[in-house]
Write a protein that binds this ligand. Structure first.
Ligand code: GLC
Length: 552
């Protein structure tokens, strides 16, 4: 057994450095993927046991793990107490090193989630910082004197900032006689990135993970790291919640953040082939494009919010293409651990209960559009949001939601992965930390792997197509007018390879005309018997049918 951080004598070679240009990334929410210990919580040995499923049955190239660090769990892992270690609930340090080695042995890559905007209030840094105004960590967080005192003698916060998770953005610490700032829960104090020792400590932590062979990082709410140096109040505007009634010009998106990002990339670039993905905390594709560079990608919210409409999808994709240009790589994300499941969201938007058909059509979009696809665990089964009774709610903002603070309960998209139809769904032999979806007896990996017409089998065929057609991985993008409003069609072109993709967003047949004589081979689609266009390029797509044609 190796000690944490030990280099193996002969580490497995995960493959070429430009892997990320071809990769499909699979997001694992570790608590919910596979429990190997029977405590009802997913863990790292469980993930190791499922690597063959990921690379062979589904056919993804990289995994991104939502946080695995010690955490009091108030924001279910996004409140990190120590970024350098593995939470024992997920396994040991050696389990982590084994996961990296086993992923690499299969030619897969591993991406960690770094939550560097804030820590847990239980981190050693904050525990020290809150003690006094003159300890080595005193300036590591955003401490400010009160703006004054109210009539009853209570201290008044330094400015008008509020928390994204509801309530004030400042919490009083009597020991210092000061407030500290928090963008999220009071138990998630924001770090002071303008303090050089904070940056140095973060980079040391990042280097530690790079040394352990990690292939990349997702950066949680990265454009919020830097605040305005003077912390002025945000301007106000009309809005429906305390958060939307402010224009967030001073608590994120500072001009000098670009330099911070460059310093971070320089550190990561010291190891070849490492990618990073910044999660935009709010902000559209303009900002995403501006912050995308080389091997640093950005998550924006356009596709995750897009309604099920061919016209809207086309307009969104064209806008992103204009903003990103051919050089920068967009991300393709329809769901994640904060958002509704894509099958639920799109089916609701389409006004249809044919969840499976819509899940398959969404898969064609994810695999066929230009960009790096990110697939949230369980989407390959067509998993849907699970209703959580109020007394079982875990998501902290959902527990305080009310008319003044509407919040979508994120537990609904975080339920355990159904592997089999047995009790516990093959996820756990114990009591699952969050209830398992009521459809698990039918919608599970074992059942779908045995059914050629399932959502899982469709993903497998589509990902195979992506691997075999260069244009789908690296090609340029161009819209095609197929002569029917409900069908979104486009072409992808790479040297020696060309693909044409069409998706019918309607629940009825649509007869369309694709360019004749171009991309003639039927490669894959939502259905087991995808139709071939006739000599004039005319083809009829069935309800929610997607089709991929290629040459080369
Ligand atoms: C990001 C995470 C979310 C978390 C928040 C605060 O948006 O995706 O899950 O609650 O940051 O860390």
């Amino acid at each position: 057994m190796t000690e944490p951080g030990d280099q193996q004598d002969d580490p497995p070679d995960p493959g070429p450095e430009d892997w990320w240009l071809d990769a499909v990334v699979y997001q694992i929410y570790p608590r919910s993927f596979q429990d190997s210990s029977g405590d009802g919580v997913g863990d790292l040995p469980g993930i190791v046991d499922r690597l063959d499923y990921l690379c062979q049955t589904v056919g993804v190239d990289a995994i991104w793990l939502s946080p695995i660090y010690p955490s009091p769990g108030l924001d279910v892992g996004y409140d990190v107490a120590d970024h350098r270690r593995v939470d024992p609930v997920f396994g040991t340090e050696a389990d982590f090193d084994r996961l990296v080695a086993e992923a690499h042995r299969r030619g897969m890559r591993l991406i960690l989630d770094l939550v560097m905007n804030h820590t847990s209030d239980r981190s050693a840094w904050f525990e020290a910082s809150r003690q006094s105004r003159d300890n080595p960590y005193a300036d590591w967080y955003l401490w400010r004197d009160p703006a004054g005192f109210g009539a009853d003698g209570s201290p008044l916060p330094p400015n008008n900032w509020v928390s994204f998770f509801g309530g004030p953005g400042w919490t009083w610490e009597p020991r210092r006689g000061q407030f500290y700032q928090h963008t999220f829960l009071a138990q998630q104090p924001d770090l002071n990135w303008r303090e050089p020792a904070v940056e140095a400590a973060q980079w040391a932590m990042v280097r530690g993970w790079l040394d352990r062979g990690v292939d990349g990082f997702r950066l949680d709410v990265f454009n919020a790291f830097l605040k305005h140096p003077d912390l002025p109040s945000n301007p106000e505007q009309p809005g429906s919640t305390a958060w939307t009634r402010q224009v967030h010009v001073h608590d994120r998106d500072q001009a000098d953040f670009v330099e911070l990002l460059d310093r971070f990339r320089a550190l990561v670039d010291a190891e070849p082939g490492r990618i990073t993905i910044g999660e935009l905390f709010d902000g559209g594709p303009e900002r995403a494009a501006a912050m995308t560079r080389g091997q640093h990608l950005v998550f924006d919210w356009e596709l995750i919010a897009a309604p099920w409409s061919a016209g809207e999808f086309r307009a969104t994709v064209e806008r992103r293409e204009r903003l990103f240009g051919p050089e920068r790589r967009p991300t393709l994300v329809f769901s994640n651990h904060d958002q509704p499941r894509q099958a639920s969201r799109f089916a609701r938007s389409a006004g249809s209960d044919d969840v499976d058909a819509i899940a398959k059509a969404a898969a064609v979009l994810l695999v066929g559009l230009r960009g790096t696809p990110f697939l949230y665990y369980g989407e390959e089964l067509g998993m849907v949001d699970v209703e959580i009774p109020p007394d079982e709610i875990v998501d902290p903002p959902a527990r305080i939601a009310g008319p003044d603070f509407p919040w979508w309960n994120r537990d609904q998209c975080r339920t355990p992965m159904p592997w089999t139809g047995e009790p516990g769904a093959g996820f756990t032999t114990g009591r699952p930390w969050l209830r398992i979806g009521p459809d698990a007896a039918r919608r599970n990996v074992a059942a779908e792997a045995a059914d050629e017409g399932s959502v899982l089998a469709t993903y497998r065929r589509l990902l195979e197509a992506r691997r075999s057609v260069l244009a789908l991985r690296r090609g340029s993008y161009e819209s095609i007018d197929a002569g029917e409003d409900d069908v979104f069609a486009w072409r992808r072109v790479a040297p020696g390879s060309r693909a044409v993709v069409a998706v019918n967003f309607a629940g009825v047949d649509c007869r369309i005309r694709l360019p004749a004589g171009e991309a003639r081979r039927v490669v894959a689609g939502t259905h087991l018997d995808p139709p071939a266009p006739d000599g004039d390029g005319v083809v009829t797509l069935r309800p929610f049918e997607g089709l991929i044609l290629a040459d080369g």
